[in-house]
Design a protein around this ligand. Structure first.
Ligand code: FE2
Ligand code: FE2
Length: 263
């Protein structure tokens, strides 16, 4: 049984800017501290993109520094707020595919983890995601060569969530992505981007979206635009999987302390 931690949409800055009055680094530290205390035995931490808010080198250095003492191996994915060249400048040893995209496979005893790079730096509309033919072909090969079930991770949501503004900047070729997924043995797909906990079943593919350690999406379905944020507790996810099965938990950090009591 593997235990995987998921943190997405960190939106780190160089320290000079806050987001709706929140300090992204302070929020991330609180979530990391919580995970270190309660989940030190996890097998891996996956960061599902929007690692930084402006894609600055200084922000990636801040991320590198805050993870220096993390007790788990870390997988990095890119989101629409990231910049691939700046990320690779600070993390030169993170593996990339043959086309230079930040995609990787990690083989655990019972499963293969597949992490994708859905960043399109010339996207129209801006901030939407795309998996080009090279990336989809790489995904197809990564899934085909696995001799065990796969868990797939990416930043952009490959389905319409009901948040109209965010749905305009989804994974534009979601159908092509899901066609590849359905051809193989994929237990579950995991994404970020929305800053909200969402479960979906899209044509038989189970997909889970996680909240952010920093700021969340107000729960107003149908709202247009993407510039909506609310100060709710930061959060991360915990996946328990034996390969063919996955159980997903959600931890909100910073809720008022509650005494546990027998009843
Ligand atoms: Fe984000
Ligand atoms: Fe995003």
């Amino acid at each position: 049984m593997a235990k995987l931690l998921v943190m997405t949409d960190l939106h780190l800055t160089d320290g000079s800017r806050q987001i709706i009055g929140l300090d992204p680094m302070e929020r991330l530290r609180a979530v990391l501290d919580h995970a270190c205390s309660h989940q030190p035995d996890a097998d891996r931490l996956l960061l599902l993109g929007d690692l930084t808010h402006f894609g600055q080198i200084a922000s990636y250095k801040a991320l590198r520094d805050v993870l220096a003492d993390a007790p788990w191996p870390v997988s990095f994915l890119l989101g629409n707020h990231d910049r691939r060249t700046n990320f690779q400048h600070v993390f030169p040893n993170v593996s990339v595919d043959t086309a230079g995209f930040v995609q990787s496979t990690i083989d655990l005893p019972d499963m293969r983890l597949v992490t994708l790079d859905s960043l399109d730096e010339n996207a129209r509309p801006a901030h939407s995601g795309w998996l080009c033919a090279a990336r989809l072909n790489w995904l197809d090969a990564a899934l085909a060569s696995a001799d065990k079930p796969c868990l797939v991770f990416l930043h952009h949501t490959p389905f319409r969530t009901g948040f109209d503004g965010m749905d305009a900047i989804w994974l534009r070729n979601a159908n092509a992505f899901l066609d590849v997924i359905r051809r193989h043995t994929v237990t579950h797909v995991f994404a970020g981007h929305i800053h909200r906990t969402i479960h979906a079943s899209i044509g038989g593919v189970p997909i889970t979206v996680f909240k952010s350690p920093c700021h969340q999406m107000p729960m107003r379905l149908g709202q247009r635009g993407t510039d909506h944020s609310i100060d709710e507790p930061g959060a991360y996810g915990i996946i328990l999987s034996d390969g063919p099965n996955a159980v997903v938990h959600f931890e909100d950090v910073g809720l008022p302390a509650q005494a546990s009591a027998a009843y």
